[in-house]
Design a protein around this ligand. Sequence first.
Ligand code: GRF
Length: 220
Amino acid sequence: MPLQPSPSAGLSTTDFRITVLLSGKHGRGSNLAALHEATVSGLIPGGKIVQVIGTSNDSPAIQRARDSGLWVDIVDPRSVGFDDELIQHIDRTKPDVICLAGYMRKVPALVVARYQHRILNIHPGLLPSFAGRGMYGHHVHQAVLDYGAKISGCTVHLIDEEYDTGPIILQRAVPVIEGDTADSLGARVLIAEHEAYPEALRLISEGRVRIEGRIVHIKQ
Ligand code: GRF
């Protein structure tokens, strides 16, 4: 099936509506900023961040979203009706895609099913390696170094019900350099993330991404 702007959005086909989902108190929001910049510069045709959903009012990422004039909704993942509340917030803005950008929780199954093939994540490693519960941020980079891998990178993938197992849209390789620390490797991977995530959205917004089983085909 093609992955492209949803007809249910009821908007001009040139609109490509993006919701960004974040969690926790500590998110930096650098991927959010990269996506926002890519929409403003026109790199993602028709791209517009219509909503940022976070789980904590205090995080630097949420502050960044507010400073950029983006619409922010805060939801509490500990509340009983969390899944429904999340769906209500997302439904209100009718996004074409939902981008996890520092969302460290499992996306509720109800939400995954409702927006099938429209929820994306960026992982700071080359999937399927160095993945799964607890594998985020510097944990990934330290694990890469401890294993002695010579190449790391980042992966943009679709979300399914598990951690880091959804179909891969694109990957960028980043060499491990002698003497790297988790911080130095992470800093270079982050630069790759800031290019890869907008690039994946550009391909989707141009209608060039089609998914068949777990294989994502990109039209050249
Ligand atoms: C990045 O490491 C990304 O790969 C992961 O969450 C982190 C978000 O960083 N999914 P930032 O808040 O976008 O700087």
